[in-house]
Write a protein that binds this ligand. Structure first.
Ligand code: SIN
Ligand code: MN
Length: 202
């Protein structure tokens, strides 16, 4: 079924793409990933602990420490990332490609007072592929900017089940999460927001 989308500055936003049954299924798959590859708090290259907790699945995962931001075939604890569960790949198949799977699915967990500063997704080798973002749990205020830092921005609340395709003119635009509405959703027992981003890395 074709779902409605809104386009803001090139970011394609699908409100309410996933129904509540699919959200519960995705959450179960994410729990499996977090068991095999536990959430960790990345440190920026300058040594600052990020407030978001992360893990990944797929051939690569995103890591950050004093040596910089990069994709790695292993979790910081040395284990290989678990494969991306089929149920997580379904929205990618529907909206991005039925032939080419993403190389990674990053998982961000936002607890109380977690935010993510404005940044570009530019550690991937190929920017022709969009990044697909899936939001679950508490709502997050998503800010969209421009290819250079600064200038006018627009914001939208991303609720549980919303998807964003960051491709084309939006692929290298700055974006971030200003704040979350803690406990606004019932999906996660202990509240918080999960964001998945699927990416082609190589
Ligand atoms: C990200 O930019 O990596 C995450 C965006 C979000 O949490 O919605
Ligand atoms: Mn990003």
């Amino acid at each position: 079924m074709k779902k409605a989308k809104v386009n803001i500055k090139g970011f394609e936003i699908y409100k309410g793409y996933l129904d509540s049954n699919s959200q519960v299924e995705l959450l179960a798959a994410i729990r499996g990933i977090a068991k095999a590859a536990p959430l960790f708090s990345p440190v920026t290259p300058s040594g600052k602990k990020m407030s978001v907790q992360m893990t990944s699945s797929g051939q690569y995962g995103w890591v950050s420490d004093r040596n910089g931001y990069r994709y790695s075939p292993c979790h910081p604890n040395g284990v290989q990332w678990p494969p991306i569960p089929k149920v997580l790949l379904q929205p990618w198949k529907e909206l991005i490609s039925a032939e080419r799977e993403p190389d990674t699915c990053l998982i961000n967990y936002y607890g109380l007072a977690t935010k993510m500063g404005m940044h570009q997704d530019k550690d991937e080798k190929d920017f022709t592929w969009p990044v697909l973002s899936i939001s679950l749990g508490d709502s997050g205020l998503f800010r969209m900017g421009n290819e250079n830092r600064g200038g006018s921005t627009q914001s939208i609340w991303l609720d549980s089940g919303d998807l964003v395709v960051m491709g084309g003119e939006a692929r290298l635009k700055f974006h971030g999460i200003d704040r979350i509405r803690f406990q606004s959703s019932q999906l996660l027992k202990n509240a918080g927001r999960i964001n998945l981003t699927m990416r082609v890395v190589k």
